[in-house]
Ligand binder design. Structure first.
Ligand SMILES: [Co+2]
Length: 438
């Protein structure tokens, strides 16, 4: 069984006829279980069209737009890019030369590639980069994981201009899933919960930071690892190399088994010395990278980090998040104590007779504010919800909501993660989340 690294919604997907084309042209309007208010039809921040200049009103001159991001990041991204054009991701051309026919199709399509889809994806990636730059500069031992998580989430929401406090606002743009902050042997799916004891970051810790930024349900899913002690440099280098190798190997018509083999080879070529002991860096066998669909972090295709026989091919127009996890432990994660988050089950019927009124209310709140995006308890608390755990347990036991648990390797081990999101275009990949940092 393979599980995704961040809020995987199960691997039984890929059966949703309404988003089967995955053509990356922004035509998809499926919102999973919530289709009524269709915020996907809304353009979060389309490139602004030129309007006829209005007659100037007399009054105080408007303040000039800021030209630099603040620290902590609070400047609306659209103010930093008033043209509505956001930086293109890294362009990686496919290794095999495109055929003349592909080239011609591509050229003909240039004008028709949905600019709103691309600009929104690039914008979400820029929000990710600016937020993580602040994390990399400001996060220090002594801080609590709760402060770090909230710092990330406040930044993402501020830059997008969607605080997510009004009903449905967080569906337009916001967090793609609960911020993952994992220490050492914790591998994936740890996020601070309300009311729990503070976890304080230590100098010798290895911290993975995994967060998602979405606009109209299209998620940039990207992660990196921080350490303050150079002991772990090779562990981080191994996983970063494995992820980059996987991104490089990906392409239209490339088999999943080939991407996995490339990842494994890169990862296993490293070892790391930790306090006098040498460890091979092992890929985690029961986690996997994944494709992304609208409002669905796990689109149904899984890419393990170890050799397999999966002949499934990647297709043009698909969005993938290539993440890899490496560890000095067993290379196998188990459920840890606590809870990471929850997500509406795609296959659950919309109307289910629920005995608890609190469960019915909670179901409505989830559909209105998260649809099928994964969320955590902190996201419910900030909406003002209280005493929702009985209702949540009822939704989980009825199969309407899926609960996600933290995943860990053995105590005393260390793990790292790197991840990028990219779009498979006709002649090249666009690695949206690439930055100067990773
Ligand atoms: Co992911």
């Amino acid at each position: 069984m393979s599980r995704d690294g961040d809020g995987c919604l199960g691997s039984g997907g890929g059966d949703d006829a309404s988003d089967g084309d995955g053509d990356g042209e922004g035509k998809e309007t499926s919102l999973g279980p919530l289709d009524a208010s269709s915020p996907a039809a809304e353009v979060a921040d389309a490139p602004k069209k030129r309007k006829k200049p209005k007659k100037k009103k007399k009054g105080p001159k408007p303040l000039p737009l800021p030209t630099k991001q603040s620290s902590p990041p609070r400047v609306l991204l659209s103010n930093l890019f008033p043209s509505g054009e956001y930086p293109e991701g890294e362009v990686q051309h496919y290794t095999s030369a495109p055929t003349a026919a592909a080239e011609a199709r591509y050229n003909a399509r240039q004008s028709s590639v949905d600019d709103v889809f691309l600009q929104n994806y690039r914008k979400a990636a820029e929000v990710h980069r600016q937020t993580r730059q602040w994390v990399q500069e400001s996060v220090k031992p002594g801080q609590t994981l709760l402060d770090i998580a909230e710092g990330i989430e406040d930044s993402v929401r501020a830059l997008l201009g969607h605080a997510g406090l009004e009903t449905g606002d967080s569906l337009k743009a916001g967090m793609g899933f609960p911020t993952g902050l994992c220490l050492n042997h914790q591998v994936a799916h740890y996020t601070p919960n309300p009311g729990q004891k503070d976890v304080v970051l230590q100098h010798q810790d290895v911290l993975t930071v995994d967060f998602g930024v979405h606009i109209n349900g299209w998620i940039v899913d990207s992660a990196f690892t921080m350490a303050f002690d150079h002991t772990y440099d090779n562990l981080l280098a191994a996983v970063r190399d494995a992820t980059d190798t996987g991104v490089k190997a990906a392409g239209v018509d490339v088999r999943i088994s080939d991407v996995s083999a490339a990842i494994q080879e890169a990862m296993e070529s490293y070892e790391v010395d930790i306090r006098g002991k040498t460890f091979p860096v092992k890929p985690v066998r029961n986690l996997s990278a994944h494709n992304i669909k609208q409002y669905r972090i796990h689109g149904g295709k899984s890419i393990p980090f170890v050799k397999n026989r999966d002949q499934t091919k990647m297709e043009e127009g698909e969005v993938f998040a290539i993440e890899t996890f490496g560890t000095t432990g067993r290379g196998y994660v188990h459920d840890d104590v606590g809870i990471y988050g929850y997500g509406l089950n795609h296959d659950a019927p919309l109307t289910v007779p629920l005995p608890l009124a609190s469960a019915r209310r909670l179901h409505k709140t989830i559909r209105e504010n998260f649809s099928t995006l994964v969320f955590c308890r902190r996201y419910l608390d900030r909406l003002g919800l209280e005493r929702y755990l009985a209702g949540m347990n009822s939704l989980v036991s009825h199969g309407i909501v899926e609960a996600y648990l933290p995943l860990a390797d053995v105590q005393g081990s260390y793990s790292a993660q790197f991840e990028h999101t990219f779009l498979l275009r006709e002649t090249h990949k666009e690695v949206f989340s690439r930055g100067a940092d990773y």
